[in-house]
Design a binder for this molecule. Structure first.
Ligand code: ZN
Length: 291
């Protein structure tokens, strides 16, 4: 199944829902960053949420960034998405290996530690919108639910999951965000919470062969589910030589002079996709002389 997000409403527009399958983009990210299983899980969850939240944006050029920063060995994750659900992201430390948690699961919370979740929305205005909350669990889904509820005042349920194969490649990844819009009654929210607590995990449902449409049907079918559209999503990095050259320029004369004095070509990697760009001595000199 190719990665996609299904957007839907229910209860006469009082509930909106997004359900995504993101196994391919999570596996691609795992390969780009050569992540350990716990980091694959954390990155996949954040990429999935980023893709969905990116697609919630209205403007064609709107950019959404989710930033996690914590005291744990992974230190953090940055994920950026546009309104067409093109998403990219990277962990600050990609090879964290820690024991499983008390439930025998990958300890994402332990890898992130105590910290902060920021959501940055660049809507092309002078200053971006920044919403920030302290991590409540470090498992990412709960933290985003808390962000939506406290920072955007939209009561939300968030479920994110990554399931690995025995060889540590990605078997399933996906996510679900359900939001109660103004007009939703307390009874509806309560009934929905009950329903959500009774369903299997996101990855279990995907692994059972259910599509995002099926999953939304299971949860919201009795509330008059209406599927609005299907949005393809994928890991897309827009880095190129020109962009990386700007990074070289931003290092400044002094740093460039050092690189030239070293006499070696310099390799710079894109944070987001890990693609390497090499700059020869001749190129470095040319950039230096143009400054
Ligand atoms: Zn890149």
């Amino acid at each position: 199944m190719s990665d996609h997000i299904v957007r839907a409403t229910a209860a006469n527009g009082c509930i909106r829902a997004f359900c995504a399958t993101t196994s391919n983009l999570t596996e691609y990210a795992r390969q780009c960053h050569n992540t350990s299983p716990v980091v694959t899980a954390a990155l996949g969850r954040t990429l999935t949420a980023g893709a969905i939240m990116g697609s919630m944006q209205k403007g064609d050029d709107d950019i959404l960034t989710i930033q996690l920063r914590g005291s744990g060995p992974m230190k953090g994750i940055t994920v950026t998405a546009d309104s067409r659900a093109n998403v990219k992201g990277y962990p600050l430390v990609s090879d964290v290996i820690i024991p499983a948690n008390s439930k025998g699961k990958l300890d994402v919370s332990g890898a992130i530690g105590v910290g902060v979740l920021s959501v940055i929305k660049d809507l092309g205005l002078k200053d971006p919108y920044v919403g920030q909350v302290e991590l409540v669990s470090g498992e990412i889904a709960e933290d985003l639910a808390y962000y939506f509820t406290s920072s955007e005042q939209v009561p939300s349920a968030v479920s994110l999951g990554v399931l690995m194969n025995k060889d540590n490649t990605v078997r399933q990844a996906g996510g679900l965000i359900i939001q109660a819009l103004p007009g939703a009654s307390d009874e509806q929210i309560e009934a929905l919470e009950g329903k959500l607590s009774a369903i299997p995990s996101m990855t279990q449902m995907l692994d059972d062969g259910k599509s995002p449409e099926d999953i939304l049907g299971d949860i919201l079918g009795e509330w008059g589910l209406e599927i609005l559209d299907t949005i393809p999503t994928g890991f897309v990095c827009n880095c190129d030589r020109e962009r990386v050259e700007k990074v070289v320029i931003s290092l400044g004369r002094e740093e460039l002079k050092k690189m030239i004095d070293d006499g070696e070509p310099v390799e710079l990697k894109c944070h987001f996709c890990n693609k390497a760009y090499e700059f020869s001595q001749d190129e470095l000199k040319k950039i230096y002389n143009n400054l």
